[in-house]
Write a protein that binds this ligand. Structure first.
Ligand SMILES: [Cu+2]
Length: 334
């Protein structure tokens, strides 16, 4: 019985240990993909070594005390050390000095990372239940859910929220920063190489907190410039008589315009700016791949697709035909 229980405990801890070794983990903090994340990562080894030595020392003393001084029949009471000034001073000073040693590189890193980098691209990140808005104020670009950035150039984020507290985290690129209503927090990040870097909101913010992902897409500088030029272009007006033109009319009739901005068409501010929706790889907090079938699911019933989100279509549900036309319009928004 005893042995069985021990075996169970052993296999449970082995299982936990092995479960921590994921092969394909895009949100692994221990694999930094940019200078900011790398600088934070450099703190892990020294701190872990110190913590490991303390662990071995403390556990060693505990085990020694348990086995060496355990009560045996006929054994005398071990020597008592209560009130030993030298020991008391020693085990107060030693941890204080260890913490001081750990604090030196940590505080230096915190101060270093809080400096705004030169030549950064400024982006205001606005947390919404349950999606991210990105405003490139200097470039005149507004987009959602996907942070586009050029490789090798820092992006300075100013973080705000319109509702509750969120937290912004792209683990391979930087640490997390809270996104607090009524307050501007700052952080910066930078990617070494082109690619997609996944993250998510890490402050519980409501029913669809788990559906509030984040994504940074780093691109070669020329590709980034082309993307910016595309985002600044006005939305296309679909040719009369096409399903897309019917969709554009429905966009106004069905109340979409009241919540969504399409540059030159509407000015709603409740939901994401849709002017160039079709250039995004994902939508709705980056939980859905941006394709017609997912857009159909979304427009059929956004609340079922993502519980508690703020998209409520007046007079819903839309008919399948209305949805087809709306998607034809949305697909033109490149
Ligand atoms: Cu959130």
């Amino acid at each position: 019985m005893r042995r069985n229980r021990r075996l169970a405990a052993l296999s449970a801890s082995l299982f936990l240990f092995l479960a921590a070794c994921a092969q394909n983990a895009p949100q692994d903090t221990l694999e930094p993909k940019g200078p900011v994340a790398r600088q934070i990562d450099h703190l892990i080894n020294p701190v872990f070594i110190v913590a490991g030595l303390v662990f071995i020392l403390v556990e060693g003393l505990v085990l020694t005390a348990i086995f060496k001084f355990r009560s045996k029949p006929g054994s005398p009471e071990p020597e008592q050390i209560h009130g030993n000034t030298r020991l008391e001073v020693g085990w107060t000073l030693a941890p204080a000095l260890i913490l001081l040693a750990v604090a030196v590189p940590t505080i230096a890193t915190i101060f270093d990372l809080s400096k705004k980098p030169t030549n950064a691209i400024n982006v205001t990140v606005i947390g919404h239940q349950f999606w991210w808005e990105y405003r490139y104020d200097d470039l005149g670009v507004v987009t959602a859910n996907e942070l586009r950035m050029p490789v090798g150039r820092p992006v300075e984020l100013t973080l705000n929220s319109v509702d509750v507290i969120h937290s912004y985290w792209i683990p391979p690129l930087a640490g997390k920063t809270d996104v607090v209503p009524g307050r501007s927090n700052h952080m910066h990040l930078e990617a070494d190489a082109a690619g997609e870097y996944l993250g998510q909101c890490t402050e519980f913010c409501g029913a669809s907190h788990a559906n509030m992902r984040a994504k940074a897409i780093a691109m070669a500088p020329a590709d980034f410039d082309a993307w910016v030029a595309g985002q600044k272009a006005a939305a296309v007006t679909p040719a009369a008589g096409t399903p897309a033109a019917d969709g554009a009319a429905l966009f106004a009739q069905k109340g979409c315009a009241g919540c969504h901005t399409i540059e030159g068409v509407s000015t709603g501010m409740v939901g994401p700016n849709l002017t160039h929706l079709a250039t995004r790889t994902t939508f709705a907090g980056s939980i859905f791949a941006n394709n017609d079938s997912n857009l159909r699911t979304w427009l059929r019933n956004p609340q079922a697709a993502k519980p508690g989100n703020k998209m409520v279509i007046p007079g819903a549900p839309l008919t399948p035909d209305e949805i087809t036309k709306l998607i034809a319009y949305l697909d033109t928004l490149r």
